[in-house]
Design a protein around this ligand. Structure first.
Ligand code: FNR
Length: 362
């Protein structure tokens, strides 16, 4: 049967993947309240469409950091994609380029930065976990720079890994046939690199719990690439991020895999947008599954959105073609949403086009 929306790929992925792998991709933290809420909150936002607008031509193009992209829908970093499909990160990189959008490569990837770069031209960001050993961080950043990545996306919501209970029950580990490729050629000091699970557990242990704002300043001294912070949820942190000189903010709760009972990201967006006062672009990820979700995020002030699980599940189901199809379906849905709302370009999407619970009940 023909797939008609992005969410349908999850069931196909569930059938295809080993339970341990599917659970790793699908899970949220603890009670998974925020996981459900990331979706539910979108469904409580309604439209105020404007009629009798000539919508025969719709322009979805935009720029991020000055780079032109075909639509405000980009790919979030997700770890270890060769567990989903043998082509893993290559397939995602090719699908993103073919769709004219940006891929963010996880630092915890099963293909290296250089391997992803060698798939061909494309606008790519590198996601960074800041490790205790700053020498590793500096090496990773240099590699990303040299491979032509355009920005560093620092994930700031992960001083420790959230408790994903399915992973605990399944005793989740990376398959011995796969490797966290970005770490292979690095000088890691004294660790046993003879087996890959050695590297994987070493890396998990290495995420720095001491990371603070001064480290964001330090990062700026070791790279000329623009830095986005991923995982900001409040106005207070937005002010600090701007003081620290970042180039952009991604409102994210890590796909609800870190702190449970944080609000849905779409419910934090306006607070962050207001605090940013247009000084840096604000993006959103978490629960985006429909073109209508993309429109809602833009109406509430986002400059664009990123998608995580839809990429992973479509990759598992159909490889590169699946990821392309997900991007195409979201694009088509977003275009129709714009047309039916009376908007012909992204700048015409305004706060007036949506009703949130605050508008309805206060
Ligand atoms: C993630 N995410 C993530 N984020 C990050 O900064 N580095 C990473 O390595 C990963 N890995 C990862 C693996 C898997 C399986 C998932 C589902 C998520 C978080 C990701 O970038 C993004 O914030 C969320 O996935 C967005 O939510 P949706 O689109 O999955 O609902």
């Amino acid at each position: 049967m023909e797939i008609t929306n992005v969410s349908e790929y999850e069931a196909i992925a569930k059938q295809k993947l080993p339970k341990m792998v599917y659970d790793y991709y699908a899970s949220g933290a603890e009670d998974q309240w925020s996981l459900r809420e990331n979706r539910a909150a979108f469904s409580r936002i309604l439209f105020r469409p404007h009629v009798l607008v000539d919508v025969s031509k719709i322009d979805m193009t935009t720029t991020v950091l000055g780079y032109n992209i075909s639509m405000p829908i980009m790919i979030a970093p997700t770890a270890m994609l060769k567990m989903a499909h043998p082509e893993g990160e290559y397939a995602v990189a090719r699908a993103a380029s073919a769709s004219g959008t940006i891929m963010t490569l996880s630092s915890v990837s099963t293909s290296s930065v250089e391997e992803v770069a060698s798939t061909g031209p494309g606008i790519r960001f590198f996601q960074l976990y800041v490790f205790k050993d700053r020498n590793i961080v500096a090496q990773l950043v240099k590699i990303a720079e040299r491979a032509g990545f355009m920005a560093i996306v620092v994930t700031v919501d992960t001083p420790r890994l959230g408790r994903r209970e399915a992973d605990i029950k399944n005793r989740f580990t990376l398959s011995p046939y796969l490797t966290l490729k970005n770490f292979v050629g690095l000088d890691l000091g004294k660790i046993d690199k003879t087996n890959d699970s050695g590297i994987a557990s070493y890396i998990a242990d290495q995420i720095d719990r001491c990371l603070t704002w001064k480290d964001i300043k330090w990062l700026q001294t070791i790279t000329s690439l623009p830095i986005f912070l991923k995982g900001v949820m409040t106005a207070e942190d937005t002010w600090l991020a701007i003081q620290a000189g970042v180039a952009g903010i991604i409102v994210s709760n890590h796909g609800a895999r870190q702190l449970d009972y944080v609000p849905a990201t779409i419910n934090c967006l306006e607070e962050v947008v207001k605090a940013a006062q247009g000084r840096v672009p604000v993006f959103l990820d978490g629960g985006v599954r429909r073109g209508t979700d993309v429109f809602k995020a833009l109406a509430l002030g986002a400059s664009g959105v990123f998608i995580g699980r839809p990429v992973v599940f479509s990759l598992a189901a159909e490889g590169e073609a699946g990821v392309k199809r997900v991007l195409q379906m979201l694009r088509d849905e977003f275009e129709i949403t714009m047309a039916l709302s009376g908007c012909t370009s992204l700048k015409e999407i305004t706060r007036n086009h949506v009703l949130t619970e605050v508008d309805l009940y206060h």
